[in-house]
Design a protein around this ligand. Structure first.
Ligand SMILES: Nc1ncnc2c1ncn2[C@@H]1O[C@H](COP(=O)(O)OP(=O)(O)OP(=O)(O)O)[C@@H](O)[C@H]1O
Length: 647
């Protein structure tokens, strides 16, 4: 049993300094979800008891304006947790209370369900550290943090670019969970905002095929932040590459059906994932697939004018329009990635393992054919000049995948349409013959139980194999062609003018007016400055991003020319974040002949793509041979075919 009160006017300026809450018993039996009590700080509550309110009113005066959830002892002897809502101008201040007994009966972590969401006035920061509430208040609104000592860490199970993932036990429920420890350096507000975007998006989604964020762990005293998810034993990349594990057609259909269902849900909630790939498709021992890692996801609206960044999606799964620098795009980019995955599962290897953006685009054109003249017109950008092949290519999807079952080929053919509009929606994919004809998708519960087979497990397995070949291998192959280098980068979106947003830290996230991001334009999540470790796939146009950096260089439309300038006329003093190590390194001038380019459209405008690619491949081959200490052509990549898995 609890109560809700609404009493007394509280002008906004007064509440900023302190808050007086009065509560009056009312029946709010609809309150189901109750937060654990946040710790009570004595300096917060100066008076408990009647402070001038009417009869039967209890009141507390709260001094600290950041505190919005307090625990108090009422006159009737009951202990109560009071969650303070800050009123809008002219509105009454309200507080919500619930008694301890009820809380103990139902120790849930969410309080959002009884907050008047429609009114949007609640601002809850119960026990959150200030660095988080001040920057990411909206993302944690209505939630209270779980305490770290309520989980037992078991082992590390994943290492992402931005996080470490641990298997852990929830000591309250005994359930095994995954703790994703988010890395921040210096608590930079920008990296906190990127993380907040991920949290906001995860909270908006609720579907069996989408990873659910269950809790967040932190405390007032802590700099750490853990996101708590259901524990998933596998990921699709790991399963697909487990030796001897050949998926049947109906098993592939089962996984892909779940992928498209999850995508359909994300898209219906206005969320683009922007990094669909096998290692982000997590699978549990019941065969349930869930889309994970929403670190690159964004809110979008079909006709939104706000440009989005094109520097998203891991290279092998990146749609051609993104490679061409599109800043207005939609669900079709996720559909393209999904098409690459369907084909990969049937082919048994990634279908377009490009090492650079130029090479990726070249592989796409070789497989999917040259687009129409109007396509180039539509996607006119500095990039398109570089990418446009001199000779038209014929589409050869049907030929390349002739061994695929007919319905799979038809689906892949549709999803790998060069024109985004032709790829259709996730709902349309689910209605396709692929899912409706024999063999039908099997039931997830009928899928075999596997040994843990995450990308990390595969990495460890491969490392072990490499060690065994140690005699032949002197050192490692060029870092740039390892899969890690193909990672997309977490980037902010751009304001309509392409200017860095100057949103103040107290500005609330608003997917509508912020063009989907709601964050300041600052170094991409991953750039050294913002605290996340540096991701790998891009060279930033402006190596030393800073808050005051001019807009043009931060513009989503920074041209390939700018990147070309970085490669071809590097300033000795300029620095860049090393894509492989995450460390800042000086970009020294290298004589043109010996320079190797691993990322980004590297061609001067008007360059001959075929020649450059040939030279590029020759250099990579040479480097691989050198690294392996052998002159024999290595088996790392089949440069004419589809290549082998590299992890
Ligand atoms: N819920 C989970 N259960 C088990 N393992 C998980 C879970 N979530 C993530 N992992 C593992 O941890 C790895 C890293 O997680 P995630 O992809 O979310 O982090 P990231 O820092 O965004 O990584 P990336 O660099 O791939 O974007 C995953 O590839 C996966 O193997």
């Amino acid at each position: 049993m609890g109560c809700i009160c609404s009493k007394g006017t509280a002008p906004e300026d007064e509440i900023d300094q302190s808050s007086t809450i009065r509560e009056k018993e009312m029946n709010i039996s609809s309150v189901q979800l109750v937060a654990p009590a946040p710790s009570l700080r004595e300096d917060v509550i100066v008076k408990v008891g009647n402070v001038g309110g009417g009869i039967n009113e209890n009141a507390v005066r709260v001094l600290n304006s950041n505190v919005s959830c307090v625990s108090v002892q009422l006159e009737d002897g009951n202990k109560r947790t009071m969650i303070i809502e800050r009123p809008k101008k002219g509105q009454h201040q309200r507080c919500l209370t619930m008694d301890t007994a009820r809380r103990e009966q139902k120790p849930l972590n969410r309080i959002e369900s009884f907050l008047p969401g429609a009114e949007g006035t609640a601002e809850i920061a119960a026990g959150w550290p200030e660095w988080l509430t001040s920057v990411a208040g909206e993302a944690i609104k209505g939630w209270v943090p779980r305490r770290s000592d309520s989980f037992e860490k078991l082992e590390k199970v994943g290492q992402g670019t931005y996080s470490s993932v641990y298997k852990a036990r929830d000591l309250e429920t005994g359930k095994i969970v995954a703790l994703k420890k988010v890395r921040f350096v210096n608590m930079d507000p920008e990296s906190v905002r990127f993380m907040a975007r991920e949290i906001l998006i995860l909270r908006k989604l609720d579907h069996p095929n989408v990873m659910k964020l269950e809790f967040i762990i932190t405390s007032r005293m802590s700099d750490n932040l853990y996101l708590v998810f259901e524990y998933m034993e596998h990921d699709l990349a790991g399963l697909a590459t487990t030796p001897g594990n050949k998926l049947t057609e109906s098993q592939i259909k089962c996984y892909m059906q779940q992928l498209f269902r999850g995508l359909e849900h994300c898209h219906s909630r206005g969320v683009l994932h922007r990094d669909i790939k096998g290692s982000n498709l997590l699978i549990n021992n019941d065969g349930v697939l869930k889309i994970g890692d929403f670190g690159l996801a964004t809110f979008y609206e079909p006709n939104q004018k706000q440009p989005l960044t094109s520097r998203v999606v891991t290279l092998w799964y990146r749609a051609p329009e993104l490679l061409l620098g599109a800043t207005q795009y939609g669900v079709a980019i996720d559909m393209w990635s999904a098409g690459c995955i369907v084909a990969e599962l049937f082919a048994g290897k990634p279908i377009m393992p490009g090492r650079t953006e130029v090479e990726q685009m070249h592989k796409i054109l070789k497989l999917c054919g040259s687009p129409s003249v109007s396509y180039w017109e539509k996607n006119k950008s500095a990039h398109s000049t570089s990418f446009k092949p001199q000779h038209p290519y014929k589409r050869c999807v049907a030929e390349a995948f002739r061994t695929f079952p007919y319905t799979a080929l038809a689906l892949v053919d549709k999803l790998l349409a060069i024109e985004p509009e032709e790829r259709g929606s996730a709902a349309a994919a689910l209605r396709s013959e692929f899912f409706t004809t024999e063999p039908l998708p099997c039931d997830p519960s009928s899928l075999p139980k596997y040994y843990p087979s995450k990308e990390l497990d595969v990495k460890l397995r491969n490392e072990e194999a490499r060690r065994q070949r140690a005699d032949a291998i002197k050192g490692r192959g060029p870092e740039s062609i390892r899969r890690g280098d193909l990672k997309a980068v977490r980037t902010p979106e751009f304001s309509a003018q392409g200017q860095p947003k100057t949103t103040s830290v107290s500005h609330k996230y608003n997917a509508q007016d912020e063009g989907g991001s709601g964050f300041l334009i600052e170094p991409p999540r991953g750039a050294k400055k913002n605290g996340y470790s540096q991701p790998s796939s891009v060279v930033h146009p402006n190596a030393s991003w800073s808050k005051n950096t001019g807009s043009a260089r931060n513009n989503a439309e920074f041209s390939s020319r700018q990147r070309i300038q970085m490669h071809h006329a590097p300033d000795d003093s300029s620095k860049r974040n090393d894509r492989m190590t995450g460390k800042e390194s000086t970009m020294a001038y290298v004589p043109k002949k010996n320079r190797m380019h691993y990322s980004g459209p590297l061609m001067p405008p008007g360059g001959n793509m075929e020649d450059i690619l040939k030279e590029h491949e020759r250099q990579i081959q040479q480097a691989v041979r050198k690294a392996r200490g052998t002159n024999k052509t290595n088996d790392v990549y089949d440069l004419n075919g589809y290549g082998k898995y590299q992890r």
